[in-house]
Design a protein around this ligand. Structure first.
Ligand code: UDX
Length: 453
């Protein structure tokens, strides 16, 4: 078989965010894709067309692919590998709270792939798409594949790393229109095959960067650590602005970002970063660096600023309400960012825990993530069925996730529904001038206004 031809038979190992979105996008482009998933309950639901997570546009893409029989699911990884010409490994690589990575899924996937490679009659390329510690592909995956299959990289099969940079909530767009494709191949043949594959997939519109496998792994971690550092940097500046008079971090970030050397992205101050990648990859880089004998002060500070950031919003609530004990505080948004139901390391949930510790009575509303929030918070909070019912009789409202639905809320609505019209805009989505006319409006990075200039 030959993957140079336009539509290849492809397998994807793992049906998490990266694996499933990538599989559906390839199927949409006309490839035949077979996804292997070991969790049988998840597999059953996938075969029924049910998504394991919320991602805009993905349900339709998956349903179209299933209807056209371009996408199939199986529990048997080896079968998927032997049938396909190229396999993308997108299994989970979770880490514990100190940043130690759990590579058990990578290890078991490598063993299963190796067994199938042992039987394969044609050259097959294995592409690592999971985020891993730099060196994992060369030092762990390659020897495992070679030892168990009895075959050699470059001679009988190919191996490469190709990190995924998609963001949850805009995953389909990011997969179809990435800024770059980074490929770290262990052998020239794999590099040549993948270069052709990605040129065809992106119609030669996306730059391809060819690096070593370990450099490709490092690019993923360093990119996320850099984005995290920008966010912590702007939050630190916001916390300084908070102590000044008549300064808004939004103006400061814009003034900085218009400098082309700086740029406007990832300078939104507020509650800090969460999700399954930025905190995890940052901790992983710190842990790995420590292991190698370098103790990275900048990365540690980035993490520390982020851990402390929700306290700034609690501080504002206390300044306004005095004691929080018994006060009804309504939180808008529980997901770690809009357009996802993912609550992993959500800054909103960290904020809620802090407010609960101060005795506040919490009501939360989120368009899609309340069920997942309920699994963490249980009966400690009240779950509202709509924004308006959540706001009724509240002493304070804190906007914690910038869902589009919240952007349309008018200041008069807050003022008419709440007991005390106090809004803390922790994601900076409202215009201070407009909202201050109707209610008490506070926000991280927005200092008290002075009228004297
Ligand atoms: C991130 C990377 O962006 C992506 O390239 C990688 O593949 C996976 O990790 P994601 O976790 O989906 O993507 O979220 P992202 O949009 O980067 O936001 C991460 C967190 O930072 C969110 O909690 C978000 O609210 C926060 N954030 C983002 C800010 O607080 N300020 C900003 O300016 C940008």
């Amino acid at each position: 078989m030959n993957i140079d031809k336009k539509m290849a038979l492809i397998s994807v190992v793992g049906s998490g965010h990266v694996g499933l979105v990538w599989a559906c996008c390839m199927a949409d482009k006309g490839h035949e894709v077979i996804v292997s998933e070991r969790d049988l309950e998840k597999l059953k639901r996938l075969n029924q067309g049910a998504l394991p997570f919320y991602e805009p546009g993905l349900a339709q893409l998956m349903s179209d692919a299933l209807t056209k029989a371009k996408l199939t699911f199986t529990s048997r990884t080896s079968e998927a590998i032997t049938k396909s010409e190229i396999s993308f490994v997108a299994v989970g690589t979770p880490s514990d709270h100190v940043g130690r990575i759990d590579l058990s899924q990578i290890k078991s996937a490598s063993i299963e792939i190796a067994k199938a490679l042992g039987k394969a009659e044609f050259y097959h390329v294995v592409v690592v798409r999971s985020s891993v510690t730099p060196g994992t592909t060369v030092n762990l995956i390659k020897p495992t594949l070679e030892r168990i299959s009895g075959k050699r990289v470059g001679r009988n099969f190919g191996l490469a790393v190709q990190p995924e940079f998609l963001r949850e909530g805009s995953a389909i767009h990011d997969v179809l229109h990435p800024d770059r494709v980074v490929i770290g191949a262990c052998d020239t043949k794999a590099m040549n095959k993948l270069r052709k594959f990605y040129h065809a997939f992106h119609e030669s519109k996306v730059p391809i960067l060819e690096v070593s496998p370990t450099a490709a792994e490092m690019i993923k971690l360093a990119s996320n650590a850099f984005l995290a550092t920008r966010i912590s940097f702007i939050n630190e500046i916001a916390n300084i602005c908070q102590q000044l008079q008549d300064v808004d971090i939004v103006d400061v970030a814009k003034g900085m970002g218009l400098d082309k050397r700086i740029g406007l992205t990832y300078l939104n101050a507020g509650l800090g970063f969460g999700g399954s990648c930025l905190p995890k990859d940052l901790r992983l880089l710190i842990t790995e660096s420590n292991r190698l004998g370098y103790f990275p002060p900048l990365l540690k500070s980035t993490l520390r600023v982020n851990e402390l950031q929700p306290l700034q919003t609690v501080r504002i609530a206390k300044q306004e309400l005095g004691t929080l004990a018994g006060k009804k505080i309504t939180i808008l948004g529980s997901s770690f960012k809009p357009n996802t139901d993912d609550i992993r390391e959500s800054p909103s949930l960290k904020l809620i825990e802090l407010l609960l510790r101060s005795g506040a009575k919490i009501t939360i509303y989120d368009p899609v993530s309340l069920e997942k929030a309920n699994r963490i918070l249980g009966k400690k909070v009240v779950y509202a069925s709509s924004v308006r019912s959540g706001l009724r009789d509240a002493d304070c409202c804190i906007l914690a996730t910038e869902w589009p639905e919240f952007k349309g809320l008018r200041p008069k609505e807050f003022a008419s529904l709440m007991r005390t019209p106090l809004l803390i805009d922790a994601r900076r989505i409202y215009s201070p001038d407009k909202y201050m006319r109707y209610l008490r409006y506070r926000a991280p990075g927005l200092s008290e206004r002075t009228q004297n200039c």
